[in-house]
Write a protein that binds this ligand. Structure first.
Ligand SMILES: [Zn+2]
Length: 148
């Protein structure tokens, strides 16, 4: 039998919906064909996951809660991005004007000033990024502790 003839049978095989002859043929093919065997394994896992999901979320309300959770996470991520950008801009401006006041006089070449801006923005970005990671990590720690 051709390869393509087996794949549609895999789901039926998993659900025990095939005739005895078909089942035997599928089993014989599975012994020789790693690809179909892998596909069957994936179907089996998918079936397992969907069954577990049905057990875990038996009604529509759970789905609503699930989606509002996803939405909250998305919202929080957007919030973080905005806060980060704002903080980076303001910090960069502050640090740069300090540097400009004390170190950079107008007789410095343009490229040096560009360099200073790049360093300041880069530094502030790193700082905000580390701060965010710290906050995020401590939140995970708390969650882990509650779970245990
Ligand atoms: Zn195959």
């Amino acid at each position: 039998m051709q390869e393509d003839n087996f794949k549609p049978l895999l789901m039926g095989y998993l659900d025990s919906e095939l005739t005895e002859l078909e089942s035997i043929r599928v089993e014989q093919h599975l012994e020789q064909c790693a690809e179909c065997a892998r596909e069957l394994e994936e179907f089996r896992r998918l079936k397992e996951v969907t069954r577990n999901m049905r057990v875990a979320t038996p009604d529509a309300r759970s789905w609503d809660e699930y989606w509002s959770h996803v939405y909250n996470r998305l919202e929080r991520r957007v919030g973080w991005v905005l806060v980060s950008i704002g903080a980076i801009l303001i910090l960069s401006y502050g640090v740069y004007s300090l540097i400009a006041k004390f170190l950079l006089r107008s007789d410095f070449p343009l490229i040096v000033r560009f360099g200073a801006v790049a360093i300041v923005v880069g530094f502030c970005t790193l700082l905000i990024s580390v701060l965010r990671e710290r906050l995020f990590m401590s939140r995970i720690d708390k969650y882990e502790r509650i779970k245990r």
